[in-house]
Design a protein. Structure first.
Length: 306
């Protein structure tokens, strides 16, 4: 697929400065409610879980508090599992999948795991349906020391404050057609680069870590999700998003080197989920169900193999 990288903001071939980033911010608008769609659900967990605020976004601290939900009875004898959603705020099923897991499955696994869930890492991005934060920074490329993205920095600081070693991390994502119509052209304009790969896989796939691929762990999740929604086939070159397949439905990225959320710890088992809600074979519900199926299958694998 060939797409144009010409974008309405900036001068082609010149990186954005502060003026262009401010111009971009002025064009963003609230399209849905973080309070109604996320915070009300988090509030409902307060009796059954530990609910903690770990920060707030500076653009509006009252409107965009950052919350984490943890299973009760944390124990040093149990492995700790992190689940993150909404690192890219526009990726709806990541947020709603994390919330659905809390509502339906988390307690049954709490006997075996300490479970920590950050359902919506980027609430401004959720409301404005954006991949970037208000400074036109991608939080999912900003998980490193002295991060320029406050969403990433706040989550890393919170996890560090727990003084635990994570055993596993599930980072819930999705890819939409707006990647091609909006986000990739904006990225090309911001950074004055050309993008050659515009493929969006039609279906669910996983991104493991090149240093910790754990192929059997990834495969267990793919098998489970196949019962819920379709797995993305490789492209004509045998790849997904330009990356060689590790196995059916799985590619690997250098998560730490790229500053991805999945690389924020040294957990042995890490995965990034990707669903495609704009597929004619998908809908909102089976995208959420696919996220939950991936988490539960991954946890079941860990129970059987640790």
């Amino acid at each position: 697929m060939t797409q144009s990288s010409v974008y309405a903001i900036g001068t082609q071939g010149k990186k954005w400065a502060d003026a262009e980033r401010i111009q971009w911010l002025t064009l963003q608008a609230v399209k849905r409610s973080y309070a109604d769609e996320v915070l009300t659900k988090i509030n409902a967990f307060k009796e059954s879980f530990i609910v903690e605020q770990y920060g707030a976004l500076s653009i509006d601290t009252d409107k965009y508090p950052l919350w984490v939900v943890k299973t009760k009875l944390f124990s040093v004898g149990k492995p700790s599992v992190l689940i993150t959603g909404g690192v890219h705020g526009y990726e709806t099923s990541g947020v709603q999948g994390a919330l659905r897991f809390l509502a339906t499955k988390a307690i049954q696994y709490s006997e075996h795991f300490n479970i920590i869930v950050a359902p919506c890492v980027s609430p401004w991005g959720y409301e404005t349906i954006n991949r970037w934060n208000p400074k036109a920074i991608d939080p999912n490329r900003s998980f490193y020391e002295n991060s320029p993205a406050e969403e990433s920095a706040a989550l890393m600081a919170y996890i560090k404050s727990l003084n635990i070693e994570l055993f596993a991390h599930f980072d819930l994502h999705e890819t939409t057609d707006t990647d091609n119509t909006e986000f990739r052209p904006a990225l090309a304009a911001r950074d004055a680069v050309t993008h050659d790969n515009w493929n969006i896989p039609d279906g669910f796939y996983l991104v493991g870590d090149t240093l910790r691929p754990e192929a059997d762990f990834q495969n267990a999740m793919i098998k489970a999700v196949k019962q819920v929604t379709h797995i993305a086939p490789s492209d004509d070159d045998g790849k997904l998003i330009g990356v060689d397949l590790e196995q059916f439905g799985v590619i690997n990225y250098a998560t730490k080197a790229l500053g991805l959320c999945a690389g924020l710890s040294n957990a042995q088992y890490v995965t990034t989920t990707e669903v495609y809600p704009d597929s004619p074979q998908a809908n909102d519900e089976n995208c959420i169900a696919a996220q939950v199926a991936a988490i539960t299958a991954g946890l079941d694998f860990l129970l059987q193999n640790r």
